[in-house]
Design a binder for this molecule. Structure first.
Ligand SMILES: [Zn+2]
Length: 288
C-alpha cells in the first residue's frame, strides 16, 4: 500500500522575536517570508497546517486570512512564544486563550490544533495536555520523541496516538517524525538535520519512515530566507548564525523536491482519529 502523504506543518513566527528577544515586535519580514512560503505551497498545490503565533496574527491578520482562503488549516503556536515549561497552568491557559481568540476572530473558525514553542511539552508538564483539552483543542503536535538538551520525550510513541491523560481528558498527539537508528530516535521531521543532510539522503530516510506510519514534517517561513541575518539591525554571534542559518539557501529547492516526491497534507487529513492507538502516558510502558 502506498504510504500516506506527509503532514506539512509550519510554525508561523518571526525569528528575532521567537528566538532572540521575546519583547521585540513582529517584523514586516515575517509577513514577507510567510507570503513567500504560501506562494510555494500554492505552486505545489499542497494544503498545510499553519501554527500561527497570536502576536504575529495581531499585526499580520491579512496573511492569516490568506492562509484560510487558500485551504490551509489555521492552528495555534501560542501567543508570545514563551515555552510552556516556563509557565504555570494558569499562565498557559491565558496564553492559549489570547492566541485562540485572535485567530478565531480573524478566521471565524474554531482553532483545534496547537504546537508549543520549542516543543516545550514534556514528561514534567503533561498537565499542558489537560489544559489544551479543557481549552477546546482536539489535537496537539508539541512532543518530539527524541533526547535533546532543551526538549524531547525519548520514550514517547513515535506515531499519532489518542492520549488519555491522568485527569481523564483525551487529545490526539501528532509527534514530530523521528528515525530509529542505533537504539535511539533521531530528529527527522525538520530543523537542522533536514537542512543539513543531503536532500537525496533526507528523502530516502523520510520515505523509509513513511512506510512505517504517518510522517509529520515541520518548518518555519524564516528557514526559507537566506538573507535574514545580513538584514538584521543587531549583531548575531557567528555561532548562532551558523546554527540557525546554515543551509537556508537550499531549503526552498529541497522542500520542492520533497513535496513533489511525497505530496503533502494537513495532520487532520492523515486518517480517522479512531484508527489511532490509545496511549496512557502515566500507565503504559512506551512502545518503540
Ligand atoms: Zn516557534
Amino acid at each position: 500500500m502506498k504510504p500516506a502523504s506527509p503532514a506539512i506543518t509550519v510554525d508561523v513566527e518571526d525569528w528575532p522575536q521567537s528566538t532572540w528577544d521575546r519583547s521585540l515586535p513582529i517584523s514586516p519580514r515575517a509577513a514577507d517570508n510567510t507570503n513567500h512560503l504560501l506562494d510555494l505551497l500554492a505552486e505545489l498545490d499542497v494544503r498545510a497546517t499553519m501554527f500561527v503565533l497570536g502576536k504575529f496574527a495581531r499585526v499580520h491578520a491579512g496573511v492569516v486570512r490568506r492562509m484560510l482562503a487558500e485551504g490551509h488549516e489555521v492552528a495555534s503556536h501560542g501567543d508570545g512564544h514563551v515555552e510552556v515549561n516556563r509557565l504555570t497552568p494558569e499562565e498557559f491557559a491565558r496564553d492559549l486563550e489570547r492566541s485562540k481568540s485572535v485567530l478565531e476572530d480573524i478566521t471565524g473558525e474554531p482553532v483545534r490544533g496547537y504546537r508549543a514553542p520549542d516543543f516545550s511539552i514534556g514528561r514534567e508538564n503533561l498537565w499542558a495536555l489537560d489544559v489544551l483539552a479543557e481549552s477546546g483543542f482536539t489535537y496537539d503536535s508539541s512532543i518530539f520523541p527524541i533526547r535533546n538538551r532543551r526538549y524531547g520525550v525519548p520514550d514517547w510513541p513515535r506515531g499519532p496516538a489518542r492520549v488519555r491523560t491522568a485527569h481523564g481528558t483525551e487529545l490526539v498527539e501528532f509527534p514530530i517524525s523521528t528515525l530509529r537508528f542505533l537504539g535511539r530516535n533521531w530528529p527527522l521531521g525538520g530543523g537542522g538535520y533536514q537542512r543539513l543532510l543531503p536532500g537525496s539522503i533526507f528523502r530516502m530516510l523520510a520515505g523509509t519512515a513513511m512506510r512505517r506510519g504517518p510522517f509529520v514534517f515541520y518548518c518555519h517561513p524564516y528557514e526559507f530566507d537566506p538573507d535574514e541575518f545580513d538584514a538584521l539591525d543587531f549583531e548575531v554571534p557567528a555561532r548562532v548564525r551558523l546554527h540557525q542559518g546554515l543551509g537556508r539557501r537550499r531549503v526552498a529547492d529541497r522542500f520542492r523536491a520533497f513535496v513533489r516526491r511525497f505530496g503533502g497534507c494537513r495532520p487532520i487529513d492523515l486518517c480517522r482519529p479512531s484508527d489511532w492507538p490509545v496511549y496512557h502516558p502515566v500507565r503504559d510502558a512506551a512502545p518503540q
